[in-house]
Design a protein around this ligand. Structure first.
Ligand code: ADP
Ligand code: ZN
Length: 527
């Protein structure tokens, strides 16, 4: 690295100012940079937008040799390289997007020691010829970006990442960094085990996003709820709405547009030109809503997204954190809003039950779902639940989540839960919530008579509660692991292991009292 034109040797501070144009370091950037400059290895966990790049870019400029940055995302590589060149840094990328002439030029610059930073895709880095080429050069450091890709149970697993461990053997003495924005406790351990030596320094920044307000509601009529949410709280604002299915993104975008809210769909089934057009409009325009599947968002850095809405449950709590994290990057107030219902929980439980994955994998998937549902059904402040998932403690009482704003009522649902569970059992563990509720409430129909369910001991035992309460009880029993979904996906509920202590009278159960969505709608309209 050659900054010899400067009068005195460059420091982290002077480089931050002269190259990047920033006045001071953020959070623990300075500590991380010092650690790596001193030749130590480091694990860096920072939320998206936290400023991870500088943590390796500045050591890249301060240490002799070229810094090799491993990244799985070609588009992001290209952005970074352009931004660095714009600041006068000698950066380049090697990936499958280059034509042979460009590739040769970059390799020549690398060999000649004319690069400060080289971004490279993992499969290219790992090729024998490339490793040999690097072995002939002074290397400033290795930075492994998106390090969670090493986790086999994660959704972004890249097999090549597992082989990056060889860097330690082939390049002893060259500091290695692993950086990621997504890592629960388990993933973090995997990163350390696979990519770093045991004595690597660990830097974990707070994952709290203080300017985000978290709200979770019950799904009733999703489209109307969304429309009201945007009109009443985010009129004219830019936002992202996440849905499960491609079709839903199109229908909802049309629906919003039909109600004078500029909206476009985005999903992997749209042709590349349309996707690019919609993404560019979102970045450029103010007040556009993108209705998208999870295909949207990777690498989107729009500072003034005022809300992220989920009309379906995200896959995991990490995914939720990641997706909601796209709101409020400018530090101004923004909202993460999610609605869900029994059907969503049922669908996710059923997907896991029906999957052909090995049992160990399914167990992990179940644990991930539990964590997500624990967040959704939480009766206290949501921040301790969300941040706790990233190994961070939070005292609660944040004042910026729905449960802090309006603490939910809870009630002793032990008796009701036992009734509901025995009704599921007596009806043969094959029926969905609607049928179970009918039996509990003693509703007769031709079907119920034909099945003989009007002669069951549980027929009509639940008249002490209304339909909404029973639906709420069943949802929470399903969310809490007392009930499970039948793996065939017919909508049937079955008893799960978790219900035994309750049925044996060894445990009691407190449930939250839902505000019926319909009543909420009316009172909001009246207000
Ligand atoms: P991450 O990779 O963690 O998502 P980036 O490295 O892309 O985050 O940084 C996010 C934004 O913050 C970028 O626009 C970057 O230029 C800016 N940034 C990073 N560090 C600082 C700093 N010390 N001062 C001002 N801006 C910074
Ligand atoms: Zn709170």
């Amino acid at each position: 690295t050659d900054l010899s034109t400067a009068a005195s040797p460059p420091t982290a501070e002077s480089t931050l100012q002269s190259v990047f144009g920033y006045s001071s370091f953020r959070g623990r950037q300075r500590e991380i940079i010092d650690t790596v400059c001193a030749g130590r290895d480091a694990l860096v966990l920072m939320p998206t937008g936290g400023g991870k790049s500088l943590c390796y870019q500045i050591p890249a400029l301060l240490r002799p040799g070229v810094a090799v940055v491993v990244s799985p995302l070609i588009a992001l590589m290209q952005d970074q390289v352009e931004a660095l060149r714009h600041n006068g840094v000698r950066a380049a990328a090697l990936n499958s997007g280059l034509d042979p002439a460009e590739r040769r030029a970059t390799e020549r610059a690398l060999d000649a020691g004319e690069l400060d930073l080289l971004y490279v895709a993992p499969e290219r880095l790992l090729s024998d010829s490339f490793l040999e080429r690097l072995a002939r050069l002074p290397i400033a450091l290795f930075a492994i970006d998106e390090a969670h890709c090493v986790s086999q149970w994660g959704h972004d697993f890249r097999p090549e990442y597992l082989q990056l461990g060889v860097l330690g053997e082939r390049f002893p003495g060259v500091p290695r960094m692993a950086l990621t924005a997504t890592a629960d406790e388990r993933t973090r351990e995997e990163i350390r085990r696979q990519l770093l030596p045991a004595d690597a320094a660990v830097f974990i920044a707070s994952f709290d996003r203080p300017n985000l307000t978290y709200r979770v509601g019950l799904k009733d009529r999703a489209r109307d709820q969304l429309l009201r949410f945007i009109r009443e709280r985010h009129a004219g604002a830019s936002g992202i709405v996440y849905c499960m299915s491609r079709k839903a993104t199109e229908q909802i975008a049309d629906f919003l547009a039909g109600h004078d809210i500029p909206a476009v769909p985005y999903h992997a089934g749209l042709d590349a030109a349309t996707r690019r057009r919609h993404q560019e409009r979102f970045l450029r325009e103010e007040g556009l809503v993108v209705v998208a599947t999870v295909a949207f968002g990777m690498g989107i850095d729009k500072p003034d997204v005022r809300f992220v809405a989920h009309l379906d449950l995200p896959k995991t709590l990490e995914a939720y954190y990641q997706e909601t994290g796209r709101a409020g990057r400018d530090g101004l107030p923004a909202e993460a809003w999610l609605i869900y219902g029994l059907q969503d929980i049922y669908r996710l439980r059923q997907m896991i039950a029906a999957s052909e994955a090995p049992e160990a994998h399914k167990r992990q998937e179940r644990q991930r779902l539990e964590a997500l549902l624990g967040y959704c059904e939480a009766t206290g402040c949501r921040r301790p639940v969300l941040l706790g998932h990233f190994g961070e403690s939070h005292p609660g009482g944040c004042g910026r989540c729905d449960n802090c704003e309006q603490p939910p009522e809870t009630w002793d649902a032990t008796e009701a839960a036992r009734m509901a569970l025995s009704c599921v059992y007596r009806t043969g563990q094959r029926f969905g919530a609607a049928h179970v509720v009918d039996v509990l409430l003693g509703r007769t129909s031709e079907r119920i008579q034909r099945l003989g369910h009007d002669r069951l001991s549980t027929f009509g035992i639940g008249t002490g509660h209304d339909k909404g309460t029973w639906q709420s009880v069943l949802r929470q029993l399903l969310a809490g692991g007392y009930l499970e979904a039948d793996p065939e996906g017919h909508g049937g509920l079955r008893l799960a292991r978790g219900c035994r202590p309750l049925l044996r009278g060894e445990a009691t159960l407190q449930l939250r009292r839902d505000l019926p969505a319909a009543r909420k709608v009316r009172s909001e309209r009246a207000a």
